[in-house]
Design a protein around this ligand. Structure first.
Ligand SMILES: Nc1nc2c(ncn2[C@@H]2O[C@H](COP(=O)(O)OP(=O)(O)OP(=O)(O)O)[C@@H](O)[C@H]2O)c(=O)[nH]1
Ligand SMILES: [Mg+2]
Length: 291
């Protein structure tokens, strides 16, 4: 049999469940997920390997009107995913209408290949709402398949995976067949720490913070990690640390537990908090941090 491989790239507004779907299709938690919008900041590739196929999934940041430079870089990641997709998944959530998703429509319509429109979070509505959504999205994308799913509850995810594998063109693998992502361990560790920042801190803090893993030393007994949490202002540093260091301790403990699960080993995590003024508005700084 000929080998099949291709890029299935997922775009959609913030918080509709793109990253949840990537994890569900992979059958493993690779990318971070959070109820707050703008969780994903990069294009992240997740790879599903079979004997005769390689499904390359791209998770992307949610589509928005960029206000600061970091968000501009996030939209570049979306546009890059539009350029190399074999199959495009346009993900929307129940309740979202084509009228309030202009930016998404504009981008999706630029793509000329096979497009699937997924209506996610159908577990949150009844049949009537789903029918309305189905009609609206079908009208907006008359030539595309529209499918209802629940990425979180696994509804129609197996059927979708089979369909995507079916759509892959004949092609040799793009990545070594034992790889699950294009990103390295340090990236995923920094993301796990950022995920805890998203869940522990309120308001602007998660949007002003980023994480750099400076060292990662692995031995059979323990993994030693040193990472910096970088914020934009002194006042934010104070909030990250918290009264008597309590918030930072909580962050360190929760992040360490998540990383231990990921690396299946004991972890010693040393977290420092630093200020790098307006890092998310400065091109040079963004590049240095990998955006
Ligand atoms: N009820 C319900 N919630 C879901 C479903 N899929 C995802 N969610 C939730 O929606 C929230 C956002 O999920 P993410 O996967 O982080 O969304 P995203 O599109 O990657 O978001 P950004 O990275 O911010 O663009 C999380 O709280 C998920 O648990 C679903 O099928 N049903
Ligand atoms: Mg995401």
């Amino acid at each position: 049999m000929t080998h099949r491989a291709g890029y299935v790239n997922i775009i959609g507004r913030p918080n509709v469940g793109k990253s949840t779907l990537v994890n569900a299709l992979l059958g493993e938690k690779l990318v971070i997920v959070n109820p707050k919008a703008q969780t994903t900041r990069h294009r992240i590739i997740g790879i599903l390997n079979g004997d005769e196929y390689q499904l390359v999934l791209s998770d992307t940041p949610g589509i928005l009107e960029p206000v600061y430079k970091l968000q501009e870089s996030m939209m570049h990641a979306v546009d890059e995913a539009l350029r190399d997709a074999d199959v495009l998944i346009v993900m929307v959530e129940l309740g979202e209408t084509p009228d309030n998703s202009e930016e998404l429509l504009r981008r999706a319509r630029r793509f000329k290949g096979r497009t699937l429109v997924l209506i996610n979070k159908v577990d949150l509505g009844d049949e009537e709402r789903l029918n309305t959504a189905f009609d609206q999205w079908h009208d907006a994308f008359p030539d595309c398949t529209v499918l209802p799913i629940s990425a979180l509850h696994g509804l129609h995810v197996n059927e979708l995976r089979a369909k995507l594998i079916d759509l892959l063109p004949p092609h040799p693998p793009y990545f070594p067949k034992d790889e699950m992502s294009d990103r390295d361990m340090r990236f995923f560790i920094s993301e796990m720490i950022r995920e805890k920042i998203l869940s522990i801190y309120k308001q602007e803090i998660p949007y002003s913070a980023q994480v750099v893993v400076n060292s990662f030393e692995e031995s059979p007994e323990i993994v030693k990690i040193q990472a910096d949490v970088i914020v934009m202002r002194d006042s934010q540093k104070g909030i990250i640390i918290g009264k008597g260091g309590g918030a930072l301790r909580q962050l360190g403990t929760e992040a360490r537990k998540a990383i231990e699960k990921f690396v299946s080993n004991k972890v010693f995590l040393d977290l420092k908090v630093k200020v790098d003024e307006d890092w998310r508005g400065d091109d040079t700084k963004l590049r240095r941090y990998g955006y």
